[in-house]
Design a binder for this molecule. Structure first.
Ligand code: FES
Length: 226
């Protein structure tokens, strides 16, 4: 039997060559990437909330006239949006970088190229130097800002991930220059493929909303070429 996300439980169901169907009244708000004076990406600012009902449809083709919601244009343009992403779980794909009392897991196949991690010498160098409190603090910030969840910092003493606490919610990402970015899915919302199977449930993931990703349903940064 296909798995279902219908009802009060937060969930996202991908439709074949169509939108994401969001159920469970998941809150939806704009999320803008914030830069510092040097233009480095350093955080997020929440924008206006969208009024949503219990169930709503978010555009996956990138051609809607009513973003971020689907207006049916996908059918008129013959959107062809097969899901191409690997189903191998995150931890089986991750490389590890060891630091002081933290370690970093890095699975590039999830990357949406939000570029929080490349400030200075990058998060990888900071984790290796994390005996330095400032390097440790910046590495934790960078990992927490990684909307795709490619990067996760772990506490070496407990073996637990140091994850930002998110309520189930969806952010409609704006790049600093105003271009539309992905859908930032937070708080462990189950995502069900058009074939009825479930993707790995994760605290953070970035879903494509421009229709151009080569890693659908995940964002691979292709919107930045628009
Ligand atoms: S998926 Fe329906 S308009 Fe884009």
């Amino acid at each position: 039997m296909p798995e279902s996300t219908e009802g009060k439980t937060p969930g996202i169901r991908i439709t074949r060559n169509g939108p994401y169907i969001v159920t469970g009244g998941v809150p939806l708000a704009r999320q803008r990437i914030v830069c510092d004076a040097e233009g480095e990406r350093v955080g997020w600012r929440e924008g206006e909330s969208y009024p949503v009902g219990e169930t709503y449809a978010l555009c996956r083709c990138g051609h809607t006239g009513t973003p971020p919601f689907c207006d049916g244009t996908h059918a008129k343009i013959g959107f062809d949006g097969p899901e191409t992403a690997s189903r191998v779980p995150y931890l089986e794909r991750a490389d590890w970088i060891e630091g002081g009392d933290i370690r970093l897991s890095d699975a590039p196949g999830f990357c949406s190229h939000a570029r929080f991690c490349v400030r200075g010498d990058g998060i990888w160098d900071l984790v290796e130097r994390s005996d330095d409190p400032e390097a440790r603090k910046t590495a934790l910030e960078m990992a927490a800002n990684c909307n795709s969840g490619r990067l996760v910092v772990w506490d070496r003493s407990t073996g637990e991930p140091i994850e930002p606490a998110f309520e189930p919610s969806i952010g409609v990402v704006d790049e600093p220059d105003g271009r539309p970015g992905p859908l930032w899915v937070r708080g462990g919302i189950p995502v069900i493929s058009a074939d009825g199977t479930a993707y790995e449930v994760r605290n953070r993931m970035a879903l494509c909303r421009c229709g151009r990703s080569g890693n659908r349903p995940f964002c691979d940064g292709a919107h930045r070429e628009l």
